[in-house]
Design a binder for this molecule. Sequence first.
Ligand code: HEC
Length: 126
Amino acid sequence: MPTRSIAAAASLLAAALTATAALAQAPAAAPPPLFAVCQSCHESTAGAGPSVGPNLFGVGGRKAGSSEGFDYSDAMKGSTIVWSADTLTAFITDPNKTIPGNKMDYSGGDPATAKQIADYLMTLKP
Ligand code: HEC
C-alpha cells in the first residue's frame, strides 16, 4: 500500500474513532437507524396518537394490543404477551411466529438488530 493511502486510511480510522466516541456520548435514547422503518407506521412520542400502527411510546411493560384508541387485530388483542426487551426482540425478529395472525405488515429482521430496536423501545417511557 503506498504511503499516501496508509495516511488516508489512518485519518479515516481516526475520523471513525471520533465518530464512535461521539456516538458513545450521545443520549442513550438515540434510535437505531433501522427504527426509521418502524416510524413509517408507528409514532413513538408521548401523547402521539396511533397512525398505521399503535403509538410505541411506553410499550415496555404494556400487554400486547392494549394501547388506547388503536384498532388491533383479534390476534394481537387476544395475546397474553407483555412487552419486554425479550418479547419485543422475538416479535421484531419474526412478528408472525410470535403472534400468529397479527396484522403488522413487517416481515421481521435479524435478531441482533431486533434486540437493538427492542432495547431502544424499552427506553421510551415517561
Ligand atoms: C407497515 C406498517 C408497520 C411497520 C413497518 C411496522 N409496524 Fe409495528 N405494527 C403495525 C400494526 C398495524 C400493528 C398492530 C398489529 C395488530 O393489531 O395485529 C403493529 C404492532 C406493533 C407492536 C405491538 C404494539 C402493542 O401495542 O401491542 C409493536 C411492539 C410493534 N408493532 C413494533 C414495530 C417495530 C419495532 C417495527 C420496526 C422494526 C414495526 N413495528 C414496523 C404496523 C407496522
